[in-house]
Design a protein. Structure first.
Length: 136
């Protein structure tokens, strides 16, 4: 039996794939726009990652020109489900690298918001690992 983390890493577990999905979360982009958004990725690697993401149903490409063939890419709803995980991972990386912490901020005071485990049945936030938190 494969764990959820194994399945997630198999789907999007390399650097370029995560960066492609992140770039597309802002809206549809053409191939050249993706190259600009991810400047260090080689064109053949970008093509391979886009095809893989399309095969997995996380990205869809729409042709807008046949000669030469040109495609605009966008994330699907399944791909959009990665947004929260990517934002948390990005925050974690920025914090440890000493960069600006990305993500949502509280409108009233400007403080960066933090993710918490929330039980919708009990309407309770679980703060610590010993506070009724169990990994299944």
């Amino acid at each position: 039996m494969t764990s959820g983390l194994d399945a997630a890493m198999a789907a999007v577990g390399d650097r370029w794939t995560l960066l492609v999905v992140d770039a597309l979360l802002d809206g549809p982009r053409r191939f050249s726009e993706l190259q600009e958004a991810i400047p260090k990725v080689a064109p053949n690697v970008l093509t391979a990652r886009l095809r893989r993401l399309e095969d997995q149903g996380l990205v869809v490409g729409t042709r807008y020109s046949d000669r030469p063939p040109r495609v605009e890419y966008r994330v699907t709803e399944a791909g959009r489900d990665l947004a929260g995980a990517l934002r948390l991972l990005s925050r974690w990386g920025a914090r440890d690298a000493g960069g600006d912490v990305e993500g949502p901020h509280h409108r009233s005071c400007g403080t960066s918001l933090e993710a918490r485990w929330y039980c919708p049945t009990c309407a309770r936030v679980t703060e610590q690992a010993d506070d009724d938190l169990r990994w299944v």
